[in-house]
Design a protein around this ligand. Structure first.
Ligand code: 5GP
Length: 216
């Protein structure tokens, strides 16, 4: 019997993992930690009409575009999903996502509930959605204040919006209360690992088992 099992027959079908939360719940930090350690998943870089914040880099955090460019992308059907959030437009460029999934790699999305609903309508089977909740309202406020990137009126607006965003928690596959950053990152990693092992995502399994039975 050959000791070389044809493992290469098993390929993975890439998945789309969405992280949503009210701003300030820790989603961006969790995403960064995951991306730093897992090289089979990459971040979808959204386009937005929002002006860059201090420290944000065009092409890394977002692709910053104007409303005319945004409308052009929508009209040409080049966005997989798009939504208006806090008065600005945001959208996911379609091509990079399709290319990454085609290579059997995963894509991470930091998008809101509106975008998640649109992805679910288009590709429910490929979607894994996680909602991050803050441990308390007080903590959410504290994180938004300490971030101090937005002006005070923007912070108030976002606190008001947080309640609305949080009301969508039940539409997600998984919910994580972010009490402890390390534990939350670990929880996201566990979800990702389990979802990758789902039978339908392991393409070529039946050929592999046929080979096993034939003594390969
Ligand atoms: P921020 O302006 O704080 O970076 O993002 C505001 C909100 O917009 C966040 O909830 C974020 O997840 C969401 N968002 C960012 N990019 C996209 C996108 O491409 N599509 C959708 N639907 N929401 C997005």
């Amino acid at each position: 019997m050959s000791s070389d099992l044809p493992f290469n027959l098993i390929r993975r079908r890439g998945l789309m993992m969405v992280l949503s939360s009210p701003s300030g719940a820790g989603k961006t930090t969790i995403s960064r930690r995951l991306l730093d350690t897992d090289h089979e998943i990459s971040l979808s870089i959204s386009v937005t009409t929002r002006p860059p914040r201090k420290g944000e880099v065009d092409g890394r955090d977002y692709k910053f575009i104007d409303t005319t460019e945004f409308n052009l992308l929508v009209n040409r059907d080049q966005l997989l999903e798009h939504a208006k959030v806090f008065g600005n437009y945001y959208g996911t460029p379609r091509l990079p996502v399709e290319e990454t999934l085609g290579e059997g790699r995963d894509v991470l999305f930091d998008i809101d509930w509106q975008g998640t609903q649109q992805l679910a309508e288009k590709a429910r089977e490929d979607l894994v959605s996680i909602f991050i909740l803050p441990p308390s309202w007080f903590e959410l406020e504290r994180r938004l204040m300490s971030r101090a990137q937005d002006d005070p009126s923007e912070i108030n607006r976002r606190m008001a919006k947080a309640a609305d965003e949080m009301s969508h928690w039940a539409e997600y596959d998984y919910v994580i209360v972010n009490r402890d950053l390390d534990q939350s990152v670990q929880a996201v990693r566990s979800i990702l690992l389990s979802e990758r092992l789902k039978r339908r995502r392991q393409v070529g399994l039946s050929e592999f088992v046929t080979g096993l039975k034939a003594g390969h």
